[in-house]
Structure formats: C-alpha cells, structure tokens
Design a protein around this ligand. Sequence first.
Ligand code: UD1
Length: 431
Amino acid sequence: MTALHIQGGVPLQGKVSIQGSKNAALPVLAATLLTRESSWIRNCPQIADVRHMINLLQSLGCQVQRANEGFVIDSSRAEACRMSGEAITGMRSSLCLLGAMLGRFGEVVMEHPGGCVIGSRPIDLHLKALRSMGVDFAEEDGRLMGRVSRLHGADIRLDFPSVGATENILLAAVMAEGNTVIAGAAKEPEIIALCNYLCACGAVIEGIGSSVLRILGGVSLHGAEYVVPADRIVAGTYLLACVGCGGSVLLENAPCDQMESVIGIAEAMGAKCQKDCERTGAERRPEYGWERGIYVQGPKRPLAITKLRTAVYPGFPTDLQSIALAVLTRANGRSVVEETIFENRFRVVESLRAMGAQIEELGQNKVSVRGILGLKGTQMEAKELRGGAALVVAGLMAEGESEITGCAYIERGYENIGKDLRDLGARIVSV
Ligand code: UD1
C-alpha cells in the first residue's frame, strides 16, 4: 500500500475484530531468545515491526515457523552476532533485544535503535540499570556494545517508569544470578504481558502490574505457548474514530479493562460505550455475536475536553494523543491537549491546519483547539505511526476526498487499517 484514499463524512457502522498488540508482541518475541526451547507465540499481529523482529531473531539463528495465527520460535541454536541494518535502526522496539541478548549471551552489539520520530528518545535509564547488573557499555561509530561476564541481580530505582527500560531489566534479571527489584517500574499492560510470558516459561516474578517488581534470578526457562493480548491502541484508534465520525461500532476483543482512560475521554466527548456485556450484564447483541469487546455509539458532534493530558498507564496513552487531537478539531467548543511523555507528538498539527483545523500552540507541549464544523479533505503525508493514523481519522471526518501517503509508517502498527475501516462502513481504499 502506498496511499489511502478516503471519501470522508460517513458515520461508521459495523464491527471489527481487534488485532494482537504490537507493543506486547515485540518484547515477548525478543524474550523467546532466553529459552533454549520452542515457544508458540499466538495472536501476533501481521505488521511490519513484527516481521522485522522475526528477521532479527532469524539472523541470530532462531528457527521460526509460521503456525496458524502466530509463530513457533526455536532459539536452541541462536548465537550472538552483531545486529545492524534497517530492522534495528528503523524499529525502536529492537531495543528490547538489548536485555534479551545480554541475558542469553552476555554480549550485544547493535546499531543505535530507531523508531518513530516523536522525540529524542534517550536510553540512559536502560544503560544505567543494566550497568548496575554488571554490564559494561561502550559506544563507537553509532554502535552500542555491551558485555558482561556474569549478570547479577540489583536493586534498581527508575527515575521515570520507562516501558522499554522496565522490559530490558526484566529480560536481563530473569537470567541474572541473585534477585532483582525494580522500583518505579512501568505498569503498562505490555509489561504485564511480558511478565506473563516469562512466568509461563518458568520465571518467578512478584508484584506483576504494580510499580515494584521482584524477579528471582537464575531460574532456567523452558518454552511456552502464549497468546498476545488484543491491541489497546488499535482499539482506541477505532473507538475515537467513531467518536469523530458518529455512528455505532462494535470493537470485538477490545481489551476494555486496559482502556478505562480512553473510554472515559470518549464518554466525556459524548459517546456511549458498553463494555464486555457478559460481565456487566448489559444487553446482549446477538446480531453481533459479541461477548468481549466494546460497543460504541458516537455523538452527532463530539464535545470539547477542557484538558486532555497524556500520562503513563493507567492515564491517557500518548499513542492516542494525536488521534484524540484530530477528533477534537470537530468538537463543539475549545479543548486543550497536553503531551507529557514525548516532546515531538504534535507533528500532525500542520496537516490538520491544512484541513482547516483551528489549532494554536501554547508552548512546546500544549495546544488549544477550537472545534469547527467541517474539516476539508486534502492531501497529507504520514510522518510517524500514530500521527499517520490520526490523519486517517481526520480524513474520515472531513468533507470531500483525502489522500494519505507515507503509509509505510501506519503499517508498522496496523495490520490493515483500510480494511478494518471499510468493515466499519468507511469509504477508504488502499492504492
Ligand atoms: C513504549 C512504546 C510506545 C509508547 C511508550 C509510552 C513500544 C515499542 N513503544 O515506548 O509506543 O508510546 O512506551 O507508553 O512498546 N526515557 C528517557 N530515558 C530512557 C528511556 C525513556 O528519558 O532511558 C523517556 C523517553 O524519552 C520518553 C519517556 O521516557 O520521554 C517514555 O519512554 P518509554 O516509556 O521508555 O517509552 P518506549 O519504551 O520508548
């Protein structure tokens, strides 16, 4: 797919099944390196970042087979080698191979990991924590080299609950001698997913889901079968699209227990959301056959949000900020959106303005949006993953036709955004 063509202004109607989570699948795939057996990782999303991670694992000598909706990965013959090329520099989550390689081989050489251009994205917290576990790091010509003769457990306090740093420490700590405590750990559902996979392989981790994780080191891990949870960010994207366009949609398998803040914001914008009808006892909708998921009824026009502020989990996710911003350009009133996690998440503002959106910058990480009735469709270029999805949502809401190029960014995280939205009645084609 090189571009998406959208005929906007159509309320959404229908149902879509939510894919597996990108940010949960990637560290779990990296973690398969720690066992010397086969693991079956099911419900892996079919996206570019997963393909890159699989390529990296294969380049390390892992045998990978497709199995139904996932992969069987046998890492018994994996060997340490230098990792480079687009798969590393183009994907931020290749960074979790840092902890996995150190845990398995005691050494790692990799090009500086890339990812979306949404901020400077330093890795100081990763390096400081891994150093405290005995790793020596050096950087040369853009390459990061780490070596440790014996990883040892450590008491680590993270100054910020970094998702990636928590993942890397976990991956090293399960292989270390002695126990590790991570205070100030990230609590994102993707951390829970990684812990659950590691525990299925035999690891012992206490405090899962809390900000203090205790990891018993030196337990030998075996292979396991693991099902990747549904993607809360993809579900949130389609939920917000329905808030922006109106209509009613069913998001099958959406992990509503991980989406409280997003559902709260959607409701504050005037949507009605019913969750997991079996559990809440809400009316069953046999025509949809749904048991788990979210049924959303979008408002005619979204209401403004006095202040939408991103935060670490369980706060409003930074990955949905630009999509919420796109929706608020149509809201009835003035909203303020503040980004607190990444400094460069407002790259969509220029394109939204080109569609007629009234957005004013209030300092580097805050904008004020005055909602207007009709955005106008136009030609836009995606420059990063979630910003690209925000442009798609803006195109759906706008009058007339929009064309979005740069879709390779969007494909890093969405299996098939065009088809999903067509299933929801949108007039969108990939060309
Ligand atoms: C992960 C997610 C990303 C999500 C983010 C926050 C993956 C592949 N990506 O990214 O989609 O938006 O969590 O939920 O799972 N920081 C430092 N030093 C460090 C590490 C991080 O200063 O060593 C800063 C970052 O620059 C950023 C903030 O901490 O400002 C959050 O980063 P982090 O939680 O590490 O996000 P990622 O793991 O990169």
